[in-house]
Design a protein around this ligand. Structure first.
Ligand code: NAD
Length: 329
């Protein structure tokens, strides 16, 4: 199969080539993200392989279909960037990586939580400047605190287990509650209780029309004053302007995010010599109690290796006319 790989970074090439060694597909790498401008590059390829900020809306899907592409292989879990109805209409199959190291993302959420709580980002800068003052660096014990997990799927449950290990009380919210979450020693709670009691809220649900801006002016007003908010899921879960207002008023005690609603214009690139025109993002970066990482939660050797192997396997299944184990239907 001829595969056009979009948004291809050095590590994508390295791990996809390794996974493809025995499979023998023809991979062509493009630095550009998939969108209406770049879609012509996919002409003549049986499959496209795309990532979180590539665009596969109806217009792109139509162009892919007319260029002969029959498979969209997402090398990620979330598929909010693919118009599934358009894919069905134009007869394109869509596969994703349903499962890869949930530890990679859950452990990054813990890293963000402890960095924002214990002010590691500020301490790092201070000690490099020989400033060993502790003023402003006080955090709190996680032990005995209440942690809310929104979305108790694979990643949410690993995060919950780690938090239970810290001695936290873990409460959760999910549209489809799972007994495995309760079996860990956590329990489900109503949104009202989560708002009133949680010292820490960590988001692990997918971005859907229902969860878009699930954190907004109204829900932020109902959270416990000073709570910490962690988002390693998708940027669109948070209304960023409402979060900025909550940070300014002290309603939100800290925000640590790996994802940002407008990240497609920023992340996965070196923009250090560029003037960033996104004023909302720049305002976020100006807070001492905000940490942003650039969508790196998945970025461990174990996760990338599984992502690339699963993607190549999916293409092989498609080429052989086998049932697609990772099809989004
Ligand atoms: P999962 O499908 O195992 O779990 C998601 C959970 O969210 C499910 O239990 C589901 O029932 C629940 N959910 C769905 N709609 C909901 C709603 N309206 N309210 C509350 N809960 C709802 O997925 P996962 O593997 O745990 O991944 C979770 C999310 O993490 C993904 O959707 C993706 O957006 C994000 N993610 C981010 C990175 C990263 O690098 N930052 C990497 C992988 C995944």
């Amino acid at each position: 199969m001829k595969i056009a790989v979009f948004s291809a970074k050095r590590y994508d090439r390295e791990f996809l080539d390794a996974a493809n060694a025995g499979a023998g597909h023809q991979l062509r790498y493009f630095d550009a993200p998939l969108d209406l401008e770049s879609v012509a590059l996919a002409a003549g390829h049986d499959a496209v392989c795309i990532f979180v900020n590539d665009t596969a809306d109806a217009a792109v899907i139509e162009a892919l279909a007319s260029g002969g592409t029959r498979l969209v292989a997402l090398r990620c879990t979330g598929f909010n960037n693919v118009d599934m109805q358009a894919a069905a209409r134009f007869g394109l199959k869509v596969v994703r990586v349903v499962t890869y190291s949930p530890y990679s993302v859950a452990e990054h959420a813990v890293a963000l939580l402890q960095a924002i709580n214990r002010k590691i980002h500020r301490a790092y800068n201070r000690t490099r400047d020989s400033n060993f003052s502790l003023d402003g660096l006080m955090g709190f014990d996680l032990h005995g605190k209440t942690v809310a997990v929104v979305g108790t799927g694979k990643i949410g449950r690993v995060f919950a287990r780690i938090m239970l290990g810290f001695g936290c009380e873990v409460i959760g919210h999910d549209k489809y509650p799972a007994p495995e979450f309760e079996a860990l020693g956590a329990r489900y709670a109503e949104p009202g209780e989560i708002g009133a009691r949680a010292d820490i809220i960590s988001l692990h649900c997918p971005l859907t029309p229902e969860t878009h801006h699930i954190v907004n002016k109204v829900t932020l007003a109902r959270t416990k004053r000073g709570a910490l908010l962690i988002n390693t899921s998708r940027g669109g879960l948070i209304d960023t302007e409402a979060a900025i207002e909550a940070l300014k008023s002290g309603q939100l005690g800290g925000l640590a995010i790996d994802v940002y609603e407008q990240e497609a214009d920023l992340f996965f690139r070196d923009l250090s010599s560029t003037v960033i025109s996104d004023d909302i993002f720049q305002r976020l970066l100006s807070f001492p109690n905000v940490i942003v990482t650039g969508h790196q939660a998945f970025f461990t050797e174990e996760a990338i290796s599984t992502i690339c192997e699963t993607t190549i396997n999916s293409v092989t299944e498609f080429a052989n006319g086998q049932p697609l184990s990772n099809e989004i239907s």
